[in-house]
Structures are given as structure tokens and as C-alpha cells.
Write a protein that binds this ligand. Structure first.
Ligand SMILES: Cc1ncc(COP(=O)(O)O)c(C=O)c1O
Length: 500
């Protein structure tokens, strides 16, 4: 055993009282560095706190704090009678693996031999679905994006700090997968007045956005080949959820009154489920009439079918009266209501929710617990406070005014530049509307021409499951400032006008 110096002087360690880093932290960093580089060897004894404090002209307490930190992290150890010594096993030795980085990894990408993975039937169906959500899109005229410059980030940050104080340590384990109770309670207070939804906190299941809500629903309620009515044209996320569940999609036309229920009944009277976006149909922007809503509820009740009501952006209404949710009219417990904060706040939040009929509460809770154990707790806690203290309602009021201005600007520029032959519809609510192209004009070609100019305006037919009578462009107006909107709108009209 080599003889270890009984006491070492650490003349090379110094601290700077004028530096921004606290003295104890400087000392801790300095000693840790010396230990890791081997200047201080295992077993070496450190000076006493008193001697070290004198040497550095700092308080003994400062040295004690630095030693305690090193002790806690396992860099030094302290034994009665033998003082404080550098530990024989550094924490880094037990916390890091020694990988042999010289071993070549198998080739990837172009060099890899073509050996397609064997996916399940469900996996194959999912892998085939076009997927471009992570592609950066041009801000003009992205229909998926709300305005984020109006978001109260500072307030959110403050609430997040508060959440750390509010959440009990007992809640930091596995929280019930149904979601943070105060958030469900805040939603149960908010939804009846804001959306005419009838529920208690017990009916609500928090999800990672609307997409998880519809995917869970499809997986839990549909067998392979089950017929499902789908709006034509339709939100692509629904097509994906239904394909993954191996369901049979039955495209049902949408007209000025929304989903054509009679057409659905003629096409597939035995459908197990229907997906609708009645408040502001995606992508057409139509509001479903009361007659159709009642007709749909009656059909669902008669056939034990489920209605999935996607109410993704209806908080923003610019004309007419707010239309209450279909869920509020449901007497038979057939409606599964889907809400999301992707439009009302921002998509990366990844918080949505389901309002479930009594009979589905337990199976959905179980499915969620088995799928992923629930949504991250802290963002839920922040959102709960944001809703309960009225900030959500204030945010909606403020943004509604801003969006109304942006929508009106875009509509005006298009009307001025293109004239009457280019009608627009779906402007009553939401964050997008449709600009119709003259009959016979290929909307995919127009959209591609716009894309070349850096303008994202998806073709209506891209959302269609069956050919539509007329092409159009889906224009989101929320994410651009008024000035940018006018410039981009003029550019849009320049390109689109060439197809007239
Ligand atoms: C019709 C429709 N439903 C739901 C959503 C939101 O989905 P998520 O909550 O998963 O972001 C969108 C977003 O674009 C949508 O257009």
C-alpha cells in the first residue's frame, strides 16, 4: 500500500471573491476538477475546513458547504479519526459505462442491405399513412398553427413555478392515468358554459392531444373491418387513427349543413362509429345544422353507434351565435367529445381531452393506463390554474379579436385582388377557411405552384377520400402578423390568379 501523504496543501486552488459564481461553488468545482484529473489521488487527505479557510481567506462555512457537496456526490469521504479523504471509487466510475467505441456500427441508410422489417398487419397499415407533421411549414398559410406571439409566456412560467409548490410529493409517483384532478375539475367547470358540454370531472380523460384521443377511441371501440363514417373531405389525423385500427372508412359527403346523415345511412346503416367536426368542419369550415345534429344522434341511438365529436377550434367564433356541442344534446350516451389545446393555446403543449359517456369511463381509463400511464403532470397543473383563474377565457377573448382582424384582412385582400369568381367559405369560426377555385381547376397544381413560392396552402382534394366536385385551398390565417399576411396574401393571389 503506497504511503499516502497525511495532509496535502492545495496551493494551486484559489477562489475569486469578485466572480459571479459563489465561493463555495468555485471551491467545489476546483476540487472536483483536481479529483477527476487525478491531481488529487484516491485516499489523499484534504485539509481541515479551518486550515483551508485560513489558506484561502474565506469563511470556514464556505469550505464546509463545498466539502458537503463533494461528500454528497461521492467524491470524498469522511471518517472519524482519519479526516476527509478523496474517495477510492469515483462516482464517474460507477455512473458511466466503458463502451468500446472502436467497434464498427452496422451500416445504416444507403449502405445498409435492403431487409425490410416485418411489421404486423396493423403496423403495415400505420406505416403506409403519409406523414409530414414534422416538416417545417411556411407560416403562410399554415392551418395547424395558432398565433404564438400572443401567448402569455411569462404568466405560464409563473404558474409552472407555482405548480412545483402545489404538487404534493405523493403525486410524483404514478398519477391516475385519467389525468390531473384539478385540471379535470377546471375543465368540468369551463366546458358547460364555453361549449355546452354536460359533464363532471369524472367523465374527463386527459390525453396527449386530440390525436391520442381519437387513436385510443378507435383502438378501443373498433374491430378490424368495422364500418366507420368519415367526413369527406376529412381531417387526416382521423384517417390515420382509423387505418391503424384496421377499420373500414366510409366517406360521407359534407354539404352546407355539415355531414349528410341521410347519405351515411344509405351508404352504411350498420356503421359502428362516426367521426364529425360539427362546430367547424375540417377542412371545409361548415357548421353542422341542428336538424342534422338531431338526426345523427337519433341514428346513433337506434344503432348503438358511437359519435366522435372533434371540437378542435370552436372557441374562436367570429359571426353568428356560438353553437353548443352535439354532446350537450345527447340523451343516450353515444357521444365521445374530443377537445384539444393545440389551437386555443399551441400544439407542442400536447394536451387534449375526452369527455366520455358513463359507460366508457372505466375502459378508457384502463386503456390509457396500459398504453402510456398518462400525460406529464406539471403542464397539466399549469393548465389547470390557467383555466381556473380565468386566464384561458381572457386569452381566448384577446386572440379572437386578433384572429378576426387577420381573417378579415386575408378575405379582403383576396376579394380585392381576385374578385367574385373566387368565393370563400368557412369564415364563421376557427383558424382557417376555404378559398374555392373555379370548377375544373386542379387544386393540387395550384398548391404546388404556391409551394414553389414558399407559400403553404394545402389543396382541398388532399383531404378527400373521394373526388370532390370542386377544388379549393385551405388557408390558415392565425399565425401571421397583419403586415406579413397582406404581403403573402397578395403573393398568393398573384399565383392563384394565373389559374383563373
Ligand atoms: C380537425 C382537427 N382535429 C384535431 C386537431 C388537433 O390535434 P392535436 O390535439 O393532436 O394536436 C387538429 C389540428 O390541426 C385538427 O385540424
Amino acid at each position: 500500500m503506497p504511503k499516502i501523504a497525511d495532509y496535502i496543501t492545495l496551493n494551486h486552488i484559489s477562489v475569486d471573491p469578485l466572480a459571479s459564481l459563489p465561493l463555495y461553488r468555485q471551491l467545489y468545482e476546483g476540487l472536483r476538477r483536481e479529483i477527476l484529473t487525478g491531481t488529487l489521488k484516491p485516499g489523499m487527505r484534504l485539509p481541515s475546513t479551518r486550515a483551508f479557510a485560513q489558506q484561502l481567506s474565506i469563511s470556514r462555512n464556505t469550505v464546509s458547504i463545498a466539502y458537503t457537496q463533494l461528500l454528497t456526490e461521492g467524491y470524498i469521504e469522511s471518517k472519524v479519526g482519519s479526516g476527509t479523504r478523496v474517495t477510492s471509487t469515483l462516482p464517474e466510475d460507477t455512473l458511466q459505462v466503458e463502451a468500446d467505441l472502436t467497434i464498427a456500427l452496422p451500416p445504416r441508410g444507403a449502405d445498409a442491405p435492403a431487409r425490410p422489417p416485418v411489421l404486423s398487419e396493423r403496423g403495415q397499415a400505420i406505416a403506409k399513412i403519409p406523414y409530414d407533421w414534422e416538416r417545417p411549414r411556411a407560416a403562410a398559410f399554415d392551418s395547424a398553427m395558432p398565433s404564438v406571439d400572443g401567448f402569455p409566456i411569462k404568466e405560464w412560467e409563473r404558474l409552472l413555478h407555482g405548480a412545483w409548490r402545489e404538487i404534493a410529493s405523493a403525486d410524483l409517483g404514478y398519477y391516475p392515468a385519467q389525468g390531473y384532478r384539478p385540471l379535470r375539475e377546471a375543465l368540468a367547470d369551463y366546458l358547460p358554459t364555453a361549449r355546452g358540454v354536460r359533464c363532471t370531472a369524472a367523465h374527463i380523460l386527459i390525453t396527449n392531444g386530440a390525436q391520442q384521443a381519437v387513436t385510443l377511441t378507435a383502438n378501443l371501440l373498433l374491430n378490424r373491418g368495422d364500418p366507420v363514417w368519415v367526413e369527406n373531405p376529412c381531417y387526416p389525423g382521423i384517417r390515420a387513427a382509423l387505418s391503424g385500427a384496421l377499420a373500414r372508412r366510409i366517406p360521407v359527403p359534407v354539404d352546407d349543413e355539415g355531414l349528410d346523415v341521410a347519405a351515411g345511412m344509405a351508404l352504411a346503416p350498420d356503421a359502428r362509429l362516426v367521426y364529425v367536426s360539427p362546430s367547424h368542419q375540417y377542412p371545409l369550415g361548415v357548421t353542422m345544422s341542428l336538424t342534422r345534429r338531431l338526426q345523427l344522434l337519433q341514428w346513433a341511438d337506434d344503432n348503438d353507434a358511437w359519435i366522435v365529436e372533434d371540437d378542435y377550434d370552436s372557441e374562436y367564433r367570429y359571426s353568428g351565435y356560438p353553437v353548443p356541442a352535439v354532446q350537450g344534446l345527447d340523451q343516450a350516451g353515444r357521444v365521445i367529445y374530443v377537445g384539444t389545446f393545440s389551437k386555443v393555446l399551441f400544439p407542442a403543449l400536447r394536451i387534449g381531452y375526452l369527455v366520455l359517456p358513463d359507460a366508457l369511463v372505466e375502459p378508457f381509463h384502463a386503456a390509457r393506463a396500459h398504453a402510456d400511464r398518462g400525460t406529464a403532470l406539471f403542464e397539466q397543473a399549469v393548465l389547470a390554474r390557467f383555466i381556473a383563474n380565468g386566464q384561458l377565457a381572457r386569452h381566448v377573448r384577446r386572440m379572437r379579436t386578433q384572429y378576426a382582424v387577420r381573417q378579415a384582412l386575408l378575405v379582403d385582400v383576396i376579394a380585392d385582388e381576385l374578385g367574385d369568381q373566387w368565393p370563400m367559405s368557412g369564415t364563421d369560426a376557427g383558424l382557417h377557411f376555404v378559398l374555392w377555385l373555379p370548377v375544373g381547376v386542379d387544386d393540387v397544381a395550384v398548391s404546388a405552384a404556391l409551394q414553389k413560392e414558399g407559400i403553404s396552402a394545402p389543396a382541398l382534394s388532399a383531404f378527400a377520400l373521394q373526388p370532390l366536385a370542386r377544388g379549393g385551398l385551405v388557408l390558415g390565417f392565425a399565425a401571421l402578423s397583419a403586415d406579413a399576411l397582406v404581403v403573402r396574401a397578395k403573393k398568393l393571389c398573384g399565383v392563384v390568379g394565373r389559374f383563373g
